[in-house]
Write a protein that binds this ligand. Sequence first.
Ligand code: PGA
Ligand code: ZN
Length: 422
Amino acid sequence: MPLRIARLDATEVLDSRARPTLSVTLATANGALVRAGVPSGASTGSREAVELRDGDQRRFGGQGVRQAVDHVNEAIAQALIGRTFASAAEVDAALIDLDGTANKSALGANAIVGVSLAAARADAAESGQELWQYLAARSRTVPRLPVPHFNVVNGGAHAVNALDFQEFMLAPLGAPGIAEAVRAGAEVYARLKARLAEAGHATALGDEGGFAPALQQPEDVLELLVDAITDAGYRPGRDGVAVALDPAASEFHDSGRYRVAGQELSSGQLIDRYEEIIGRFPVWSIEDGLAEDDWDGWARLTERLGGRVQLMGDDIFVTNPGVITEAIGRKVGNSALIKVNQIGTVTETLEAMRICREAGYTQMISHRSGESEDSFIADLAVGTGCGQLKSGAPARGERVAKYNRLLEVAAVHTDLPYGLPH
Ligand code: PGA
Ligand code: ZN
């Protein structure tokens, strides 16, 4: 359906880490009125689309987004208001054209992604469909409810503890449906909290709502997770609750060496460590196991462990269709993490996912450590049918909003399948 934009404006609001971000409001001539919230990362890939920050130290320590807001309210609004677009994909094309740079640095990826998300939502509203149904039609995919990946222990750039690995996630792969999966996440989270308290650890939370205990060795965390899964009455593993890791290795990589828990490891030694870990613990997926510039290491990692676990690229792929195509050609990884704000538009995100699907690379939709209460990514995960979503812990409103959206969708559409696509 043609999309005629009647109003478009942005406001500087706060994200979940008390940093500024954008809220975008869009109205169509037909009367649809929608909003979108813009997410923001901490462990960002160097090839991500550029997020515009004001750099004015007198406001928010330089983190203000007034320039990006102005770009929406002025240049973008002038270019889009009053024009009729055949679809939201055409709005995305206009945004890319107006920006004119390869990395969205002129208008700012934070300005562009807010408008892109709002345009998709408006397009869905005008078509009378749920957002996930609209996205399924747009990407020609079969919808399904994703396995939620609950990040229950936070380290790296998301917490002030000594843990180098950034994320330890619970993946209820064996749950019969999304309601049971969300319940498993919440129950194991509660048991983990009890275990941590018993062991004398603080149960303070990191940026994504996971606990941030003063532990250093990843294996110690994994032992606690297995105990908590068992305590809660689930089977640790793919037929129950498995574990996924996001070490975010670019963050502890320097000049070819990886610093993990006080040790300096080569890429090969870190792969050895992962091999031991997957032999001992029910780890089914490793995201950013090596650094974004260690492509040779990634190829070796994939050769050695790619037949046993999902090896997902986040900082290395940055949801970029060109980079993912290169990775497929070089047999780097077997899976991609998907973040709309890494590339800047919904259209390019769907394109990255299409390339993955055709090459047999799995995909997981992801939040950012700085989030809004917008649950767009839950619909994106359902509509694209990729089968995986990570949105932090089953705690904190901005994280839970996405899981709750999955529950709402499932309650009404009881025929939607749950889990990994086959
Ligand atoms: P970020 O981390 O949102 O802080 O970049 C998330 C991730 O690395 O997956
Ligand atoms: Zn990551």
